[in-house]
Design a protein around this ligand. Structure first.
Ligand code: UDP
Length: 319
């Protein structure tokens, strides 16, 4: 692939996933060459199919929990975005989830160290667990059940953050950590079990919306393009502490279900189901740090983002 001297080269793990594919598009638009890696256990080639034939794009099908070999001499950025990322995925893939957060982070950090590249870890609001502080600031250490069903994701990401800071402090790797709060948009998997595709899919099929518990638990939803803008800014910054990225607009899951019913115009009703174990009761990012350090805040209004996402799922339901 022979990059021009000035052209930045990025490796993106999880590039066939929801966020990885949007990040790949953003990097290509900014003039990077992108080496995309994914083992396709939860990612889909359809998310990157439009990049086939793009001379700045290369895809490697590989599990990054195993040693990563990239022949390119020059790599400027390594973005570690590979991981199962929904509660259903963690239940089905508990050991791959632990491995990609732990071994995959070690391997991608090793790659960044070897190539003298910057490293960007996709971490998560799940590091805060079922939070006892609200909204969550970066200096909150969290309330995580290590042996619960979500522990495989939460603890792997907490380990990943520890490993990332160790490579920064001990090996002087230029690392960044983004704690990603609930994000939605096109390219989510319709059946990944997360609330946004679940409710939209149910609404479009005129099935009842499955609200877990009494629906009083809260989440704050960020549109994908806003999140990717923040990640790009963080990657270009020289800030090494974790940064929350998400949309502080918080709502209960019941309110979210009502909004989906209203916006889709479906005849669907609500059906209450048991609350999964360790489901966080509240979640809202404090984004003061991102505002100060990155001059970033989300711009896409909830209704606009949800309408675009509904349109995407309408199209995918036709297949
Ligand atoms: N949820 C729900 N019905 C569903 C899927 C999820 O009520 O069909 C709830 C879930 O219990 C949680 C919230 O929606 O309180 C967000 O769940 P999601 O799996 O999207 O992500 P989380 O933020 O829990 O990781």
């Amino acid at each position: 692939m022979g990059a021009k001297n000035s052209q930045p080269v990025s490796v993106v793990t999880g590039a066939a996933g929801f966020l990885g594919s949007h990040l790949t598009d953003r990097l290509l638009a900014a003039g990077h060459r992108v080496i995309a890696i994914d083992n396709l256990i939860t990612g889909k080639t359809a998310n990157i199919g439009h990049l086939a034939g793009n001379e700045n794009f290369r895809f490697i099908q590989h599990n990054v929990s195993n040693f990563i070999f990239v022949p390119e001499e020059r790599i400027d950025y390594v973005f570690h975005f590979a991981s199962p990322a929904s509660p259903i995925d963690y239940l089905e893939l508990p050991i791959p989830t632990l491995k990609v957060g732990a071994l995959g982070t070690h391997n991608t950090l090793g790659l960044a160290k070897d190539k003298k590249a910057a490293f960007i870890l996709a971490s998560t609001s799940e590091v805060y667990g079922d939070p006892l502080e609200h909204p969550q600031k970066e200096d909150y250490w969290g309330n995580v059940n290590p042996i619960g069903p979500r522990g495989v994701y939460d603890e792997a990401k907490r380990f990943a953050e520890a490993m990332t800071m160790a490579y920064h402090r001990y090996h002087r790797v230029d690392t960044k950590i983004v704690r990603i709060f609930n994000t939605y948009g096109p390219r989510m998997r319709l059946r990944d079990g997360r609330v946004v595709p679940a409710f939209i899919g149910q609404a479009l099929r005129s099935e009842p919306l499955s609200v877990f518990g009494d629906g009083s638990q809260t989440r704050s939803f960020c549109y994908a393009s806003d999140l990717i803008d923040g990640i790009f800014k963080l990657a270009m910054s020289d800030y090494h502490e974790p940064v929350n990225l998400g949309n502080p607009r918080e709502m209960t899951i019941k309110q979210f279900a009502d909004e989906i019913i209203r916006i889709t115009g479906t005849k669907s009703t609500i059906e209450y189901k048991p609350l999964p174990m360790d489901d966080p009761k509240v979640r809202q990012p404090d984004i003061t740090r991102a505002k100060e350090i990155l001059d970033w805040e989300p711009r896409v209004d909830f209704e606009e983002g949800i309408k675009k996402t509904i349109q995407y799922f309408r199209e995918s339901l036709k297949w």
